[in-house]
Design a protein around this ligand. Structure first.
Ligand SMILES: Nc1ncnc2c1ncn2[C@@H]1O[C@H](COP(=O)(O)OP(=O)(O)OP(=O)(O)O)[C@@H](O)[C@H]1O
Ligand SMILES: [Mg+2]
Length: 315
């Protein structure tokens, strides 16, 4: 019982989809039990669709998906008791106060009143919502509503938590508080499936990551694994000392503000550093970021079958 979620050739075609283009197209992956699993990909890649199927809100068209050992088709009741979800677009109940909405959610999940109260207090504190505890949800700002929703879910006892863009629209301090709460839940051996467009966030939080593109899995593994799978695992920025043409032999070069950005391999990065030192050029060097990997891999997949629009037209 290694994985919390097991997807096998999962497919989804929405009834009103454009020209029958699938939202999920034979997606197979395993989310290990405990820890944060990041789902990344462009808009429309299929992340929310995957989460909605796993959270038993939507039926798959083909393939199979097991959550905590239960098939989403048939095992909905058992699964629902053990999961919690922050959907991409949603707001907590308007007519309740912040502390009530969290407390009632925990009570509804079957927690004892004393335990629900204790967790509510801790959640308010964890996400700096204590000063808003008595405020009606309808009078909160958008970001505060989102924080309330995160507090509800992260305070729950759910074994699997789905967080679909939990930090979108949050200020930088609130974002970090949500990260802390996610880390805490992960230390408590919860499994957290997280989607985000902030790739620094995905990289910092996730033990493993899946990059989805057009409903298919493109890359999967730990941030370190992903780095090992790209052509150029190093990024070097240079100011002065070189021409664009000279740098081309080292890897992939692009012009950036005041200099060049070179994606390269380890040996070439060392050579480049040596030459830069000799020529007195300014240089900074490090492993590629998740954003670099994303742009490289997704950029290539768009290039390889031409313009997305034309591909759709032809289909
Ligand atoms: N209710 C729906 N009816 C028809 N098509 C849908 C529906 N919901 C999503 N889609 C389509 O399914 C595909 C996947 O959408 P999904 O919402 O899963 O993407 P996503 O990866 O979550 O994107 P984003 O990053 O923008 O949230 C898209 O092409 C989208 O247009
Ligand atoms: Mg989405």
């Amino acid at each position: 019982m290694g994985s919390a979620i097991h997807a096998e050739r999962l497919g989804k075609v929405y009834r009103h989809s454009v020209k029958g283009v699938p939202a999920l197209d034979g997606l197979s992956l395993d989310v290990p039990t405990g820890g944060v699993y990041g789902l990344i990909g462009r808009n429309g890649a299929g992340k929310t669709t995957f989460i909605r199927i796993a959270a038993t809100q939507l039926e798959p068209t083909s393939g199979r998906l097991d959550v905590l050992g239960e098939n989403v088709q048939g095992g909905e009741r058992k699964i629902r008791a053990r999961i919690a979800c922050v959907p991409q677009e949603s707001r907590p109940l308007y007519f309740l106060r912040v502390e009530e909405v969290i407390y009632l959610y925990l009570k509804m999940r079957g927690l004892e009143p004393a335990e629900a109260r204790r967790r509510t207090k801790a959640a308010l504190d964890e996400l700096s919502l204590t000063e808003y505890a008595k405020r009606l949800v309808s009078r909160l700002s958008g970001g505060l509503r989102r924080r309330t929703l995160c507090a509800m879910v992260l305070a729950s006892d759910a074994d699997v938590m789905f967080l679909d863009e939990p930090t979108t629209g949050l200020d930088p301090i609130a974002r970090r508080e949500v990260w802390q709460a996610i880390r805490r839940a992960s230390r408590e051996h919860r499994t957290i499936v997280l989607t985000t467009h902030y790739l620094d966030e995905a990289e910092q939080l996730s033990g493993r990551l899946a990059l989805i593109e057009r409903g298919q899995l493109v890359l999967e593994g730990s941030p370190g694994d992903l780095r090992g799978r790209v052509r150029y695992p190093y990024r070097v920025t240079l100011q002065g000392g070189f021409t664009h043409a000279e740098l081309e032999s080292y890897g992939q070069v692009s012009d950036v503000e005041g200099g060049y950005l070179v994606f390269t391999r380890e040996a070439e990065a060392r050579d480049l550093a040596k030459v830069a030192l000799e020529r007195g050029a300014r240089l900074s060097m490090g492993p590629v970021s998740l954003e670099d990997i994303f742009l490289d891999v997704v950029g290539k997949s768009i290039d390889s079958d031409g313009d997305a629009e034309t591909a759709e037209e032809a289909a």
